[in-house]
Design a binder for this molecule. Structure first.
Ligand SMILES: [Zn+2]
Length: 155
């Protein structure tokens, strides 16, 4: 396997460009001959995709996604409560309890997968996740401070 597209959010350009949607935009801008079938790809996201991104992943034909930080982490550790709030307010879904496996895709929590892995891999995977969390906390601080003077509606 190799990286096809690696992207980040670009909400300052357009509030719809969440990391997932921006990555999907770039993915479909690849020439068809260079673009693998989405069903042959793993879709990785740092955060559990919001309702916008869940729909975007569905509409673009991916049958899976993996995430590192679930909705509660996103709200509590990264001060981004919108995912849970939108699901509750718009869809009346409490606690982010959408269908994690459905006819379109199956999603995977990377920490849960690491914890369920064999004893020979578990410690190394969890250590790697801890390092990623530390790196991401630093990036989040930078991101939060950069949002103070923007016009993003739900920043
Ligand atoms: Zn999103």
């Amino acid at each position: 396997m190799s990286v096809v597209i690696a992207e980040t959010n670009n909400e300052i350009e357009n509030p719809l460009w969440h990391g997932e949607v921006h990555a999907l935009k770039k993915f479909y801008e690849l020439a068809a001959v260079d673009r693998p079938d989405p069903k042959n790809c793993l879709f990785l996201a740092t955060h559990e995709p919001c309702s916008l991104c869940l729909s975007a992943i569905t509409w673009t034909g991916f049958d899976n996604f993996y995430y590192l930080f679930g909705y509660t982490d996103t709200a509590d550790r990264f001060n981004i409560p919108h995912d849970l709030k939108i699901l509750q307010q718009v869809f009346r879904i409490e606690g982010g309890a959408y269908a994690r496996e459905n006819e379109f895709w199956k999603c995977h929590d990377l920490r849960e997968a690491a914890e369920k892995s064999g004893p020979d891999k578990r410690a190394a995977l969890l250590e790697r996740i801890t390092k990623l969390e530390s790196t991401y906390a630093e990036l989040s601080d930078e991101y939060q401070s950069s949002k103070e003077d923007n016009e993003i509606p739900l920043s």
